[in-house]
Structure formats: C-alpha cells, structure tokens
Design a protein around this ligand. Structure first.
Ligand code: TPP
Ligand code: DXP
Ligand code: MG
Length: 643
C-alpha cells in the first residue's frame, strides 16, 4: 500500500501521476472504511482526494500554509500528513479530531468547523507574512457552500482591494450539505457549464487587440471597452471585478490539470481564485448519488451504505410540529441556514415551498431576514444549531430583540455533540439570557417540545428561543392536542423537603431518577422542571430555596447559565443561607467524542446529580444547627422574620 509509505507530503513528491492516482484510490478506501465505523463526513472528503494530493505536491506544507474552510473535508490531508496510524481513532475520545487541529500536526493551522472563515484567516496570515518579509504561500480551500457565507464576501472584498497575495481554491461541487443555493451558486454554475472560461478570455483578448488605438485621450475609452467586451463574453467577472485573478474552471479530479493550475496561481504573486470543480462523494456510488445523505453521519454498512436504524429525533418532532402548525396558520414561515435536513425542515420545505427559505450558510442574514418577515406580519421560525446561532448574535440583539419582533429561534443541537469544541451547543443559555425581552425555554421531552414550539409561535411579545439536544428523543407519547405552556412557570415534578433539584430541559428525567435513588437513602428531594431560563420562575426558586439546598442541572456553560440565573435570583430575593451546587459545562472547551463520556466526566448523569444532592445536604448539615422536630428551614424562618 503506497499510503503506508507516506509519512508526510515530502513523500508524495517523488510519485508519478499514475502512482498518485493509485494512492488516491487507497485514500478513498481508508476514508470509507473508517467513516463507516466511526461516522463522520464521507462525501466531502471523497470529493477532495485529488485536490489534496495536488495541493501537497505543488506547495510545501507546513512552510506553505494550507487552510481548509470548515475542515470537515480534511481527512485526506490528515492521511498524507502522517496520521494514517491514528486515523482509526477519528472522532473518538482522545483520538483524531474530525476537523483540522494544530495539536495534531504542524500541517494543521486552525481548529475550526464553522464555515466561511478560512479566507479571512488566510488574508490575515498572508498579511503577517508580508509584514515579516517572509515569502511562503498561503492557500485557502473554500467550498461553494462556504462561499455563500457573508464572511467570505467580506474577505473577498478586502483581499481583492488590499491585493494581499493569497490563493483561494474554490472547491465547487454544487453542494452545501444539501444542493447549494443562492446567486453565487448560480454564478458558479454558469461558469461550470458555459464555454471554457479561459478560452473566452483568450478570445476577448484577440478582439481587443484588433481595436484601433485613438491616442492617449481615448485610452480610457479603450480600457472601458476592454472591460465591456470581457463582461460581454465572459459568464462572469465577479471575482476579477473584486480584484482577484480568476483561474478555471479546473477538473478537480484531474491531477495534472490541478497541478498546472495551482502552479500558475502560485506564479502570479497576487490574489488568485482557482475554481476547481469536483464531485462530492467521488468514488463511492451511493455517496455520489446522495451527497447530502452522506455529507455527515454514520456509522453505516459499507457495502450498502445503509445507516443503522435510528429512533425519532427531537429534530423530527420539531419538523413534524412545524408542518402541523403551518397547516393551521398560513403566517408561519421557516428559515434555515443551509441545514434543512439536520434541522428537520425537509418535510416542511416539501409541503410549504413558498414558506420555506434556505438562505445558504448565512445565519446573520437569516436572523435579520426573519426580522423583516416578522415586521411584515409573518411568524418566522429560524431553525439553527446552537453553535451556528453564535454567528448571528448581533442580529438577535440588534435586529430582533431591540425591535421587539416575534421571531422564534428553534435552537437544535443544544448541548454536547460528537463534533467537539467547534460545535458544542453550550453557550446559547448564557448568550441569550442577557438579551432584554427574549424568552428562553428548554422542553424536558419531545411532548413539551411540541407544546413549547406552539407557545413560541403564538407568542407575540418579542423573540422566543427554545433549545433542544441532538439525537434521539425519549419516546414520550405526544399529546394529540397542542397547548400553550405558561411562560415563566416551571413545574414541580416531585415534592421534597431535604433538597431541591432544578433541572433545565431534558435533564429533568435524570433528576427524577436521582431523587428516586436518594429516597432509598432517606433523603426527600424535590425535583422541578424549570422549563424557562428567562423569565425564570421565581416562585419555583422560592419553593426550592425553602428546602435550604438547591442543585441546578443544565447541559450548558455554567458561566452565565441557568444555575447563574438561580444564584442571581436568590440574591435578588434576599434568600441567603441556601446551599447551592450547579451542574453543567465547566469553563473549558469540550473536545470531540461521545458526549456521554464528557457528560459523565462533568457529573451530568443521574448518579452525578445524586452525588451533588448528597454533597449539598452534607454541607447544609455541617452548617445548620441540629434540626428540632418541626423546625422550619432557615430560609422559611428568614422569610417570615421568625428566629
Ligand atoms: C457557520 C456554519 N453554518 C453551518 C455549518 C454546517 N455546515 C457544515 S459543512 C456545510 C456545507 C459546506 O458546504 P461546502 O463549503 O460547499 O463544502 P462541501 O461539504 O461541499 O465540501 C455546512 C452548511 C457550518 N459548519 N458553519
Ligand atoms: C461540518 C458541519 O458543521 C456539519 O456537517 C455538522 O457536523 C452537522 O452536524 P449534525 O451531524 O449534528 O447534523
Ligand atoms: Mg460544496
């Protein structure tokens, strides 16, 4: 196997094109065998095998910097930069990340996973290079989907004007996760399918040569004519009008053509876009046929491509409820930022194509677009992963909340996910809780999810956010009728005297399990589903405080999270002397791997909750005088002013 002899890119440079093509086959086999077992991003990686080999034979990584936008398509890059021996640990706890990671290799320069950032970082890196008087090349591989992200346009605008020497390799496979959308996608399609761009440029140059020169004063006329002729003949001058030299389109699976284009780009010593056309899923029939299905996910049966059967997910319950509500309410509209499948909106899109909007990887635009829809009397629901809503934080505040507009943010993947630090959905509680006028809720199961979504769509008082996790729901039966939940009111699921557990969202069932276990130890523990982060149910906090001991539970960052809100409420209510323990995500990034591993590690489990209750009871006993029979808790006594 040639791949076993590749310890780094330098081992590629002695290989002939036929050998590189053989190596490409080996890389595809390792990728599909591994991803079939570990899960991951199959189709994106199958599409960039030749591109990866061409990049690593033309440029000298790590001296030359190759940046992968999103970097979900960096598995071949990892395989040719010495990580074959570890590749079987992909996305496992302690194993290789599913995205580039500088801790793994000097060939990786960023640990990222959000789209449309590589161009900006590449221009910054290239500018630092120039200021340091260095000469290495900086190459950013950006997908056609990533190019629909606003940041990419900001970078193109700046880079083309600033003339920083950067090479952008546009990996155009016509796909985002689903088929790509938007004007830029159509522009690329025109180039891909039109007469060969370079031949047209040559023709345009011939035509211009024949034009008579009228002398210097008319030079400007000729110059403008040149531009006019180019615009007339060429399918687009988009990149060149922004100051980037455009090369392409190049067959992204033809190593010789790729190497030639990359060498030409390198020789130009200016901002260059090399437009490469690839097939997402290349080499594996089922992945080529369904690149959206095999964008991510797994494990799957390698022979048939069949994924292991899954149970109903929260996303599916969300999507089905959206359809159900939309059938009754014509004002309901749905928005996604390039993730109709992942958010569960595919069925809505089929049934209400005129009321469904996939805006591309453009969360900022999606949020402000929702504001416009709401201002116009519609009831927009923006379905977005917690981690990706971070991209639209200013729009949530400035364009939605400040305007008091009724936009619903259906926040999926709220909590820990296998993707790791780049994708953990743990900051939304903290980053939304401080926004004036927003309602933030977390349903404890799929039945509450459907009711909370219904409540949010009917709520007209301003923005409304509900958060729910990735993956299988709890198998709770769904009520036949949708009902509104009382905003700001949680629910006591189990009364108790010795301590209270205030659980947020899907951690209520684990809190009940902990209480049942503690009952056998003689502890009588109250359990409540807080249901709302904002407005917080202060009566519930008072009732919990009356036990003298509170444990809060959230699958979110502790800093500024739900537990912090409870502490603030106790202080604001003057309820001192209450022992509090907060369970949640500590102040660090949580890496890739099975979420259950990390949840256990941070005490987010029924056992962890029980341990926290024991701890808070013991702490309380250490500090409280022996309770006289019938004595009320200090908090209750404090409240009534009694001794
Ligand atoms: C800001 C942001 N929004 C959404 C996503 C989810 N996402 C991951 S890859 C992807 C599609 C990327 O398409 P493209 O750049 O064309 O790469 P390809 O998978 O086609 O190689 C999306 C939407 C993301 N990573 N970042
Ligand atoms: C690369 C990327 O950001 C997406 O593909 C993400 O990994 C999808 O996550 P889910 O698998 O939870 O839909
Ligand atoms: Mg693409």
């Amino acid at each position: 196997m040639l791949l076993e002899g590749i310890r780094g890119p330098e081992d590629l440079r002695g290989l002939s094109v036929p050998e590189l093509e053989r190596l490409a086959g080996e890389i595809r086999q390792v990728v599909v065998e591994t991803v079939a077992r570990t899960g991951g991003h199959l189709a994106p990686n199958l599409g960039v095998v030749e591109l990866t080999l061409a990049l690593h034979t033309v440029f000298s990584s790590p001296q030359d910097k190759i940046l992968w936008d999103v970097s979900h398509q960096s598995y071949p890059h990892k395989l040719v930069t010495g990580r074959l021996p570890l590749f079987h640990t992909l996305r496992q706890v302690g194993g290789l990340a599913g995205y580039t990671h500088p801790a793994e290799s000097p060939h990786d320069h960023f640990h990222w996973g959000h789209a449309s950032t590589a161009l900006s970082a590449a221009i910054g890196l290239a500018k630092a290079r120039d200021l340091a008087g260095e000469t290495y090349d900086v190459v950013a591989v950006v997908g056609d989907g990533a190019l629909t992200g606003g940041m990419a346009f900001e970078a193109l605008d700046h880079g083309g004007h600033d003339k920083t020497r950067v090479i952008v390799v546009l990996n155009d496979n016509s796909m985002s996760i689903s088929p790509n959308v938007g004007g830029i996608s159509q522009l690329l399609a025109r180039i891909r399918t039109g007469p060969h761009y370079q031949a047209l440029k040559q023709q345009a140059a011939e035509v211009l040569k024949g034009l008579p020169v009228f002398g210097p004063q008319a030079f400007d006329v000729v110059d403008r004519m040149k531009e006019g002729v180019k615009h007339l003949l060429l399918p687009t001058m988009f990149f060149e009008d922004l100051g980037w030299t455009y090369l392409g389109p190049v067959d992204g699976h033809n190593l010789t053509a790729l190497q030639a284009a990359l060498r030409q780009a390198r020789s130009l010593r200016e901002p260059v876009v090399v437009h490469v056309v690839t097939t997402k899923g290349k080499g594996i029939p089922y992945a080529e046929e369904l690149p959206d299905k095999y964008h991510g996910g797994g494990p799957f049966d390698i022979a048939t491509g069949r994924f292991l059967p899954g149970a109903t997910t929260y996303s599916e319950v969300f999507g089905n409820t959206m359809v159900r509500i939309a059938r009754e309410d014509p004002d309901v509209v749905a928005i996604t930022a390039a993730m109709p499948g992942g958010t569960g909106l595919s069925r809505f899109a089929r049934e209400f194509p005129d009321r469904f909007f996939d805006v591309g990887i453009a969360e900022q635009h999606a949020a402000a677009f929702a504001a416009g829809l709401a201002k116009g009397g519609k009831k927009p629901v923006f379905a977005v992963y917690s981690t990706f809503l971070q991209r639209a934080y200013d729009q949530v505040i400035h364009d939605v909340a400040l305007q008091g507009l009724p936009v619903v943010f259906a926040i999926d993947r709220a909590g820990l996910v296998e993707d790791g630090a780049t994708h953990q959905g743990v900051f939304d509680v903290a980053y939304l809780r401080c926004v004036p006028g927003i309602v933030v809720g977390a349903p404890r199961d799929e039945n509450e999810l459907q009711h909370m979504l219904y409540t949010g769509i009917r709520y007209r008082g301003g923005p409304f956010a509900l958060r729910y996790p990735r993956g299988k729901a709890q198998g709770v039966p769904l009520d036949a009728e949708l009902r509104e939940l009382p905003i700001g009111k949680g629910e006591v699921l189990r009364p108790g005297r010795d301590a209270a557990v205030l659980a947020l969202g899907v951690w209520a069932p684990a809190a009940l399990a902990a209480a049942r276990a503690l009952e056998a130890e003689g502890l009588d523990v109250m359990v409540a589903d807080a249901r709302w982060v904002k407005p917080l149910d202060l009566d519930l906090v008072r009732e919990a405080a009356a036990t003298g001991r509170i444990v809060t539970v959230e699958e979110a960052a502790l800093a500024g999270g739900f537990g912090s809100a409870v502490l603030e409420a106790l202080a604001d209510l003057g309820l001192s002397g209450v022992e509090v323990r907060r369970l949640g995500v500590p102040d660090r990034f949580v890496p890739h791997g099975r979420p259950a591993h990390y949840l256990e590690e941070i005490g987010l489990s029924a056992e962890g909750i029980a341990a926290a209750v024991r701890d808070v009871v013991l702490a309380g006993r250490r500090q409280m005088p022996a309770r006289r029979p019938g004595a009320r808790s200090r908090v209750a006594a404090h409240r009534s002013g009694g001794a």
